[in-house]
Design a protein around this ligand. Structure first.
Ligand SMILES: *Cc1c(COP(=O)(O)O)cnc(C)c1O
Length: 441
């Protein structure tokens, strides 16, 4: 299977569309997504875990573009959400309410009420306090609230500290001892229906035994629930499967499955998984244009028209993103991340250059790469920042009053604008020059 993003005749393509054609039509910076990559990744998980017929609930926060959510809903995916807004998005995109799960440590009363009214599959409960609040809202609505307990299994996912969620020092989930105590309380609270056990230990996990270890930790708890006659149905193993950010990286999902499957079978429960990055990460690039090439005494800077407000991962997670010009005459054909990738140091060309690739924002943290060896580039050239389909557009802001980038979905040889570029009028909507109403202290 060829990769969604690949070079052919020295041109970068998304599926069958040259990305330069999109830039001409829509401008830059622009996020470009391969619809078929998203759908294929869902299928890859279903295939790897087919023995247990998994429900795949895509984590909306990774990339919440409505057009993409719709394609995923049509492909049979469910959705993992962390706010009322995300539940609303999923439903607008055509999600079945019975395939939506709702996580997050700070669910508020109005969010719980909304989720109950919509009839979601279950709440992933992260504290005793939340248990009480859900029970209260459910009682008021005379409804039953389906819940899973999110267990913090105290497993080190061996990833960046900001994206670790399954260690005891993290704010997420309930430790096993407290979870035991919750069982008694769940039985007392009339409107709660315990349907599952949930774990999610972190993100960009590359080692294939971490999920397995987490499942091992909760198996005795599942047994305990059974003994207490709770009719458990689901084991939600979370998301977090890592992807390639550089040539030849990435995970073999079949290897994760090989470790996890025997344990999932042992639980006797249906499997649910909620990957975000694995589905979306390499389904998108951020395409940007070189505004200036600036030389200083020490360095060469490529100043591009995208900035940290468009893609903040390099500066907050010290994340590596592969970067390469969208046009590179003479470059061999091949997918961007795979074994046949032409994007290697040996293919830089003879006048390769070391650049800091930076944006126009007034912060030294506004960069995409520091000291990166790249083919020599000139003003006006298009540059692709790869693996930008996850935690790119969803983490964008208006810092420096920069409108958020347009988003384009490619399907085969066609593409469409799935989100308009934000205008300055969009950005100041809701602000006022003078008071509409003045309040007294
Ligand atoms: C963010 C999140 C996910 C998705 O994580 P990825 O690393 O993108 O797969 C899954 N479940 C929960 C509860 C999350 O918060």
């Amino acid at each position: 299977m060829t990769e969604a993003f690949h070079y052919k005749g020295g041109e970068l393509f998304c599926e069958s569309v040259p990305v330069a054609a999109i830039a001409r039509k829509v401008g830059t910076p622009v996020y470009i997504y391969s619809q078929n990559h998203f759908v294929r990744q869902v299928q890859a998980i279903k295939d790897a875990f087919r023995d247990v017929q998994p429900m795949v609930c895509y984590a909306v926060k990774a990339n919440s573009n409505l057009g993409l959510l719709r394609a995923l809903a049509l492909a049979g995916a469910g959705f993992d959400t962390v706010s009322r807004g995300e539940i609303y998005r999923a439903l607008r995109a055509g999600a079945e309410p019975g395939k939506i799960v709702f996580a997050g440590v700070g669910k508020q009363e109005h969010e719980i009420e909304y989720a109950l009214e919509q009839g979601i599959l279950m709440f992933n409960v992260e504290s005793e306090s939340e248990l009480e609040l859900i029970a209260k809202v459910a009682a008021r609505l005379k409804a039953d609230a389906p819940i899973a307990l999110r267990i913090n299994p105290d497993v080190d996912p061996q990833t960046h500290k900001y994206i670790s969620t399954g260690k005891s020092e993290n704010k997420f989930g309930i430790d096993l001892a407290r979870a035991e105590q919750c069982l008694g309380r769940i039985r007392e609270l009339k409107h709660l229906r315990l349907r599952g056990v949930h774990i999610h230990i972190g993100s960009q996990i590359l080692k294939n035994d971490r999920h397995g270890e987490a499942i091992d930790r909760v198996l005795p708890f599942i047994e305990r629930c059974r003994k207490m006659d709770f009719p458990l149905e689901y084991l939600n193993v979370g998301g977090g499967y890592g992807i390639a950010y550089d040539v030849g990286q990435g995970v073999d999902i079949a290897e994760f499955a090989r470790v996890m499957l025997p344990k999932i079978k042992q639980s006797g429960l249906k499997m649910l998984s909620e990957p975000g990055r694995f589905i979306s990460g390499n389904g998108g690039v951020m395409l940007t244009q070189v505004v200036h090439v600036k030389k200083s005494a020490e360095k060469d800077f490529l100043i591009v028209d995208a900035a940290m407000n468009d893609l903040i991962r390099p500066t907050i997670y010290q994340a590596f993103h592969k970067i390469w010009p969208a046009r590179h005459p003479g470059l061999a054909d091949g997918g961007v991340m795979g074994a046949d990738s032409p994007l290697t140091d040996t293919n830089l060309g003879k006048d390769a250059q070391v650049y800091d690739v930076v944006g126009p924002v007034c912060e030294s943290g506004d960069y995409f790469a520091l000291g990166r060896k790249l083919p020599r580039m000139e003003q006006g050239e298009l540059v692709a920042v790869f693996s930008a389909g996850a935690y790119g557009a969803t983490m964008a802001s208006n810092y420096n009053t920069r409108g958020r980038a347009a988003e384009v979905i490619v399907n085969g040889s066609e593409y469409w604008v799935a989100r308009d570029r934000e205008t300055v009028e969009d950005m100041i909507r809701g602000e006022r020059l003078t008071p509409r109403e003045v309040f007294k202290a």
